[in-house]
Design a protein around this ligand. Sequence first.
Ligand code: GDP
Length: 389
Amino acid sequence: MHLIYHFSLITITKKYLIQINKHCTFTLYYNKQLNTKKTKSALTENDGVEQPKMINADGYLRKKEITIAKYVSEIKKGNRVFLSKAITLIESTNTKHKLKANAILQQCLETKNNSIRLGITGVPGVGKSTFIEAFGLYLTSLGKKVAVLAVDPSSSVTKGSILGDKTRMEELVRDDNAFIRPSPSGNSLGGVARKTRETIMLCEAAGFDTIIIETVGVGQSETVVHSMVDFFLLLKLAGAGDQLQGIKRGIIEMADSIVINKADGDNLRRAQLAKTEFKRALQMYPHKENGWTPKVTTCSAIKKDNINGVWEIITKYLTLVNNNDSFQKRRQEQNTFWLVQTIEEQLKENFYNNPEIATQLIALTQKVKEGIISPFDAADQLLAIQNKK
Ligand code: GDP
């Protein structure tokens, strides 16, 4: 049927065709074929539409660049996809990305939100992830928007990270009011910390009002996290009578609360005993400037026991520090501290990334080792390279 129509049509005049038009549903198609005088078959393909170039000359997939304004407006709307993309810019080592991230951050700073920043530390296995999941879910049930970040000093070495395995917080990950981001990797704790701090600001601009920063209770990372949070919580286990051993004095001093986790089953009694011991031990520490006396409590993250008790301690703390203005004072001090830290980090980075310095450093280190020149002279020579135009 199709072909018969075709052969008859290509031999007829335009006038004829119009008459046939009235009776035949295929006419438009054949009309076009006739006008273009291209076809002798109904199987002819139509001209294709030229495809947009998806690949650049250098072979990379071309992506449409997102403007800074778009990033900022989407982040302020709480768009997590854009929030994640902007965090990726913060974490990038590419200078162009860093500049863009800085511009986004600057514009996001204008957003004021009454967030609280909580630091949570504890040795591996103490139950940090389990606790944060239970605590985070409790907070979202109160209508809060929770962002969970991490500062993991080991991530640069292992390329893994706490929070890297998101399945550890299965329920919280699926919560629409929660946002979880693993620790950035980096060559230095300072670098990792800076990225985390910038990420805090972006999360706040995106409307997250409770920022939880997890870190492992080893090394220097607690000090760094302490310098970016309003409240610092130390998770502990009830040990076999040695609760106070092996705990760095500094960490206890920093803690605004000590929470003994795994207070369940056979462990319950020991956990309560540990609580009494910690309370007694804390009395020996100097009073905090802000007038807060650190509180000790127990909980079971797995059974979700006394999670509300932990939150009560935090709200009491917030009431105190807001009333005596020390909340604002601490944030201001932290900002000044971070200004200095950022300058120092950047200076160091610029110095060691200078190729001439890198070469000279090897040669001069050797000379210092051999006693040919003094370390001070070598340092002066290297710094002179940095300072020359
Ligand atoms: P993290 O390494 O500090 O993040 O610790 P995890 O949250 O991964 O927990 C380590 C182990 O302790 C896991 O097997 C958890 O199931 C278990 N755990 C965590 N919290 C509790 C708790 O409250 N009670 C008990 N009995 N086990 C817990």
